[in-house]
Structures are given as structure tokens and as C-alpha cells.
Design a protein around this ligand. Structure first.
Ligand code: HEM
Ligand SMILES: *[C@@H]1O[C@H](CO)[C@@H](O)[C@H](O)[C@H]1NC(C)=O
Ligand SMILES: *[C@@H]1O[C@H](CO)[C@@H](O)[C@H](O)[C@H]1NC(C)=O
Length: 533
């Protein structure tokens, strides 16, 4: 009996091994074939363009790079992923690193020239690729944020005029929400408040007002305010729960399945996606009904309905409209809120900077600040620039090679030779690391110094191109950049005029909280002192 058992066991082991070899044979043959082809292509590239391989990150597991991926997971859990990646560059003294991980290899770079090549010069050789399409498309649909090629171009053309209109629209859009925000803040000069969640509420209220023409008004005490008719409170609550819920899936978590969640995520989100879709469809439906009236009104330049109404003028494809609205909401909400939170985090800890900002707002007129007035506040603009340099809210990014291509630098022992990149491989760049390079920003690169952006008596202030990319560059540059910068500057100026003092109530250093965007882990805990107290 025992013998028989052993035989069966050994027999089955053999058969498993045989099956495995047979199953893997085509794969091994394919990889060998690919390797030979690849080598000859690389040789040709080396011969004609001088390509050389970049520095390879030492990884223990040569097949899947599991130790590297485990390291990323640990870094995310410890909230040090951005700095840990930066340390790879510093430790090895290189600006471009090849990483052989599971799936396609990745070239990670902090060379402005390489990023420029991916985003602009060789734009057509690179794409967003299937990871983002699958990762976000299930709740966004096929919109500007998840598409490539001709589909992306159509989306971009569709949205462009609506964003262009935003620049001439009225700051009235911001005022109601800035007032509600200030109303929600304690004014006794002693009570601690965490500004971060309030900024997230304000940016949702503003983004929905701008995109949908009707606001979620989560901060407003009077949801039916005449100036900005809001949405139905109960539906808004359900929508926000669902919207925050689907994004929760992107928050790295420490749990048994935390590590695996880097590869898979929660697929049981159907009801949330339905809630989101129904909510947006309802708004689009209503906007469409209001269309004849809105067309008549469009001459009075009221911001209301502009964005969505303009989309409806140009297409009646409801699915596309929904996808574009959700893409813009995703791209525009957390980013702006994170920037506000990071800016106020620094303001609360730097009395000298706060005091210079106070000087600047003291010459503001007392009414509603105009866009021109806000743009002329150079110190405020420099504060935003500096925040986006040290704490870029989209701290890194990547593209996938759509065909064999090259990157101009990073190869060879000096990192000066071009690099051959195979179709399907990844180009990754870290803004966190690039924005802290001492060769670019000087020895004080790691310090928060808005002054570096201002013209100095002895010459020009910092001038940057592809070394500074908080909004990306090239044809896919953030389409909401002007709107976002205006929103953050406007709200910051408004608040700085209301409060003359600020104190931090938190001794922790800034730590990353990375999900789809990056913000401060500890929030922004402060005490605000109203003017004249
Ligand atoms: C501080 C605020 C913001 C930052 C730092 C920021 C940053 C970025 C970055 C880095 C990208 C490129 C993503 C990529 O191609 O991989 C992007 C794209 C985009 N952003 Fe922003 N963004 C901000 C605010 C906004 C706002 C307020 C809106 C809209 C209301 C918006 C709408 C978009 C859209 C639609 C895209 C996709 C553009 C395309 O692929 O053609 N963003 N943004
Ligand atoms: C159009 O203007 C009228 C009067 O100013 C106003 O009552 C109405 O709500 C506006 N309609 C839209 C869709 O903005
Ligand atoms: C902020 O940075 C941008 C470059 O992205 C630059 O054009 C602008 O002049 C800077 N603003 C200030 C006040 O330095």
C-alpha cells in the first residue's frame, strides 16, 4: 500500500515536471528568440546612434525582481517611497537606472532631457498604456485621462475650449466657496483645526461647480444658496461616498493582502460605479434640458453651466461626456486640495514667509480679488512654485514605449550615451527626485525658499524648463493648470486676508501620503488668528 503510494507520488511529480517543461518550453524559446533579436537591434542602435546600456539596479531576484517590489511595498507602507527611490539615484551616483522587475523592464530617470524626449520630442513613441486604462477606466470610462492616440486627441480637442473659457470666467466661482470655507474655520484664535479635510471639501465643491455647473456645496451651510444652486444633499452624500470609495482602492494598505493589492484590487465596486454614473448622468440630463435657456444666457459670461454646456454644444455622446467629466474631476480635485494643504503646511511653520505674504495681501483691494490682481502677487506665486517643486502632488509618472525607441541620455559609464528602449518597456521619472537635484537647484535644493523664484537685485531668479514639471509638459500637459493655480492662489489670498496669524500645531516633519496623488500624511493642523484680534 505504502509502496504504491510512493510510486503514485513519484509518478505524479515526474508528470508535473514534464508538463511544466512542455508548458514553459515555448516561453523559454520565445525569450531566447527575443533576446537574440533584441541584441541585434541594440547592436544596430549602438552602431548608428551610439546607444549604451544604462546602470542596472542590483536586484537579488533576477526573474521577477520580487525583492525590489517588496521594497516598494514596504516603502509605501512606511510613507517613504519617494525618498527611498531618490536614494537609489544618490547611492549609485546616477541619474538613470534600469530596473528589471516582473513584467516589462523600466528605465527610471531624473534627466530633464529624457523626460522631454518622452513627453514632447518623441511623443508619438510613447503611450499611457493598458495599466492606467484598466486601472482607472473601470470607473472613469474612456475619457481624456485613460486614452491614447486618436481617441485622446479627440478628447483633448473636445475639452480645450471649455478650459480656455475658464480663464476669462469670473472669480465669483471661487468667492462663494472661499466664504463657506472661512465660515467653517474656528475664529477664537485658540482652537486647533486640520485644514486638509476642509481643503478637500472646498476643492470638490469648486470642481463640481466648475465642471457640472452645480456644486456639491459640502461646506455651505445654505445648500440652496441662490448664487450657486447646489445639488440634492442626499444624492451628493451618496456620490461622495462612492467617489471616495473607488479611490480608496488606490491607497496602499498594510494587511495580509496588502502586498498582493499592488497587483490586484477590489473588483467588487459595481454598485459604487453605478452610483457615480447615475449621479453624473442626472446632472448631464438636467443641463441638457436647460440648454436653450443657457444658450441665451451665454452672452452674460456667467460661469454657470459653461463647462458642461459647452461640451453639450459639441457632442451628444453621453458616455463620452460622463467620462470627460469624471476624468477632469479625478485629475482636478485631489491635486488642488493637496497643493492647498502643502502650501498651508509650510505657511504655518514659517513666520518669515507668512509675514511676507501678509505684506502682499495688505495691498489687495477689499472686494473680490480679480484674476489680474492675483496674478500680480509674485510672492504668492513663488510660494506655489516652491511647494510644487518640493512636494509635487503628482510626484512621479511613467509612459510605455509604443515601439522600439531611444532615450537621449543615461547610457554608458558616464550616463551620456543614448539608451535603446524596447517596445513595451517603461520610462519612469521621479519629480520628487528631479526637483531636488543640487546640480539644478543649488546646494539649498532641499530647503523651502520661495525667494529662489523671484528676480534678485543682481540678476534673474530661477528659470526652469524641463527640470520642473509639476504639471507635466508637451501635448499632454495638464489642461487644468491655469485653473488650478488660480484656484489655489485665489483661495490662499482670500484666507490670508481673513487671518493675520497662523500657528502650527504639529511637530512632525512632512511625510508623504501617496495614492493617486500625493499629499501630507499628517494633514495641516493649525490655529488661525483672525484680523484685528
Ligand atoms: C495643483 C493642481 C494640479 C496638478 C499638479 C496637476 C497635474 C497634472 C499632471 C502631472 C498631469 C499629467 C498626467 C499624465 O499625463 O500622466 C495632468 C493632467 C491632467 N489634468 Fe491636471 N493637475 C492639477 C489640477 C488640475 C485641475 C484643477 C484640472 C481640471 C479641473 C485638471 C485636469 C487635468 C486633465 C483633464 C488632465 C489630462 C490631460 C491629458 O491627458 O491630455 N488638473 N495634471
Ligand atoms: C438664465 O438667466 C435667467 C435670468 O437671468 C435665470 O433666471 C436663469 O436661471 C438662467 N439660466 C441658466 C441656465 O443659467
Ligand atoms: C513659477 O514657475 C513657472 C514655471 O513653471 C514660471 O513660468 C513662473 O514665472 C514662476 N513664477 C514665479 C513667481 O517665479
Amino acid at each position: 500500500m505504502a509502496l504504491r503510494n510512493r510510486m503514485t507520488v513519484s509518478f505524479s511529480w515526474k508528470s508535473i515536471l514534464k508538463t511544466l517543461v512542455i508548458a514553459l518550453l515555448p516561453y523559454i524559446l520565445y525569450r531566447t528568440y527575443e533576446y537574440i533579436i533584441l541584441r541585434s537591434r541594440r547592436r544596430r542602435c549602438a552602431a548608428s546612434k551610439g546607444c549604451q546600456p544604462p546602470f542596472h539596479l542590483p536586484i537579488r531576484d533576477p526573474f521577477f525582481g520580487l525583492d525590489f517590489i517588496w521594497g516598494i511595498y514596504r516603502s509605501l507602507i512606511k510613507h517613504t517611497s519617494l525618498e527611498d527611490m531618490r536614494q537609489h539615484y544618490i547611492q549609485h551616483g546616477v541619474n538613470t537606472i534600469m530596473i528589471n522587475q516582473i513584467g516589462p523592464s523600466a528605465v527610471s530617470t531624473i534627466e530633464p532631457e529624457n523626460v522631454k524626449c518622452v513627453l514632447s520630442t518623441n511623443f508619438h513613441d510613447w503611450e499611457i498604456g493598458p495599466i492606467r486604462k484598466k486601472g482607472l477606466g473601470w470607473f472613469l470610462g474612456d475619457g481624456i485621462f485613460t486614452s491614447d492616440g486618436a481617441a485622446w486627441h479627440r478628447s483633448r480637442e473636445l475639452l480645450r475650449p471649455s478650459f480656455a473659457r475658464a480663464q476669462i470666467s469670473d472669480p465669483e466661482l471661487f468667492e462663494g466657496h472661499a466664504r463657506s470655507l472661512v465660515e467653517a474655520l474656528p475664529k477664537d484664535g485658540t482652537t486647533m483645526v486640520d485644514l486638509q479635510p476642509l481643503f478637500f471639501q472646498a476643492s470638490l465643491d469648486i470642481a463640481t461647480d466648475f465642471l457640472f455647473g452645480r456644486s456639491t456645496n459640502t461646506l455651505s451651510k445654505q445648500p440652496e444658496r441662490e448664487a450657486a444652486p447646489g445639488l440634492n444633499g442626499v444624492e451628493v452624500k451618496k456620490f461622495i461616498e462612492a467617489w471616495d470609495g473607488v479611490q480608496e482602492a488606490f491607497q496602499p494598505k498594510e494587511s495580509t493582502f496588502g502586498f498582493l493589492s499592488l497587483f490586484f484590487f477590489d473588483w467588487f465596486q459595481g454598485p459604487k460605479v453605478r452610483t457615480i454614473n447615475e449621479f453624473v448622468d442626472g446632472i448631464v440630463e438636467q443641463a441638457n434640458k436647460d440648454r436653450p435657456e443657457a444658450q441665451q444666457n451665454s452672452s452674460d459670461r456667467s460661469h454657470k453651466y459653461v463647462f458642461l454646456q459647452e461640451l453639450l454644444e459639441r457632442t451628444q455622446d453621453r458616455k463620452q461626456i460622463r467620462a470627460e467629466l469624471l476624468s477632469s474631476l479625478l485629475a482636478g480635485r485631489d491635486t488642488t486640495a493637496s497643493l492647498l494643504s502643502n502650501v498651508w503646511f509650510e505657511l504655518s511653520r514659517r513666520p518669515a514667509i507668512w509675514s511676507k505674504l501678509q505684506d502682499e495681501v495688505s495691498i489687495m483691494s477689499s472686494g473680490r480679488p480679480t484674476f489680474e490682481e492675483i496674478k500680480s502677487m509674485k510672492y504668492l506665486q513663488a510660494i506655489l512654485n516652491e511647494s510644487l517643486r518640493l512636494y509635487p502632488v503628482v510626484p512621479d509618472n511613467a509612459r510605455i514605449a509604443a515601439r522600439d525607441t531611444i532615450l537621449p541620455v543615461g547610457g554608458g559609464p558616464l550616463g551620456t550615451a543614448p539608451i535603446f528602449v524596447k517596445k513595451g518597456e517603461i520610462a519612469h521619472w521621479s519629480l520628487w527626485a528631479m526637483h531636488r537635484r543640487k546640480e539644478i537647484y543649488g546646494e539649498d535644493a532641499e530647503e523651502f525658499k520661495p525667494e529662489r523664484w523671484l528676480d534678485k537685485a543682481d540678476g534673474k531668479g530661477l528659470r526652469v524648463g524641463w527640470e520642473y514639471l509639476p504639471f507635466n509638459g508637451g501635448p499632454r500637459i495638464c489642461i487644468g493648470q491655469q485653473f488650478a493655480l488660480m484656484e489655489v492662489a485665489w483661495v490662499t489670498a482670500w484666507m490670508a486676508r481673513e487671518f493675520e496669524g497662523i500657528e502650527s500645531r504639529d511637530d512632525e516633519p512632512w511625510r508623504e501620503k501617496v495614492a493617486l496623488t500625493c499629499t501630507g500624511l499628517g494633514g495641516c493642523k493649525v490655529v488661525l488668528i483672525p484680523r484685528g484680534q
